[in-house]
Design a binder for this molecule. Sequence first.
Ligand code: GAR
Length: 321
Amino acid sequence: MADKAKVAVFISGRGSNMAALLYASFHADSPYELCLVASNDTDAEGLKLAEAEGIATYALSHKGMARSDHDAAMETAAREAGAEYIVLAGYMRILTEGFVSSWEGRMLNIHPSLLPKYPGLDTHARAIEAGDSHGGASVHLVTAELDAGEVLGALPVAIRPGETADSLAERVRFAEHQLYPKILADYVSRDGDADFLLGKVRNLALALPETHERESHGSPGWRVGSEKSGKYFAHFNDQHHGSEHVAVLVKTSSMDELLGLVETQPEVYFKPAYYGASGWIGLILNRPGLDWDNVAEWLERSWRSVAPKRLTQLASAAEEF
Ligand code: GAR
């Protein structure tokens, strides 16, 4: 199995979700492992459990600290522990925008309601009050807006007659413990999943003007121009073609640029077989922390290098507005 994804879990209290994530990670086939459990409460119960299981911990009270300073310290602890993902599990802090944006797509949260219903606090009481048939829990990506990022998965929990917020909270927690490890495992696995990566590249490539997809040597490729005379600006490269990487091949401007990039950033770029000789570089996609904006920039640059002038002029004119 490939290296396991490294996950830092942030907690504020009992940490039962962290414990569920931790014990699920002990399965031999877990695609993730915990590299840190961190808390804003130095007495958080979950810290002791993590320590007992040999997981590194970090605790820093937020009291008397500026929010941004506290976030920065927590983030540094996560980075120093090698975290590729941050997973919030009952971490009762609002995060600064800068922190959220630097972990975009790599920070998850669990919330005790069926989102988009009941973001914020008192979720169980609100569901009971509204006469809902079910409460539940959702795992979502963290974005600047509270509890509003893409929902990755949810489990409903029936609301019984005479239910109280506490009794419901207790059962929702059982559901959470099933939900979170499964969703996290699926989420970190998609970083290496060729079909998922192909779908993302395809969307970006076909969003560029006058493009279409055409197979070349058994792999998907994208061309600009007409079906008849179009030119390739990107090729998909999966592991079946003698390379360990899932990658997209894009055009560099010279062999010097290609070799320079491969030499200085071998974890990001490689010189592909056959294509490398004519200036195509491999941009590796199956790596944690991949920046999709950077992939989009490369695709556009490669598109520009072969697109007919009338299209690149149009694109440049549009940019000036
Ligand atoms: C969980 O129920 C989680 O959904 C909730 O806090 C609890 C933490 O329990 N999170 C939120 O309310 C976030 N807004 P735990 O410490 O035992 O995992």
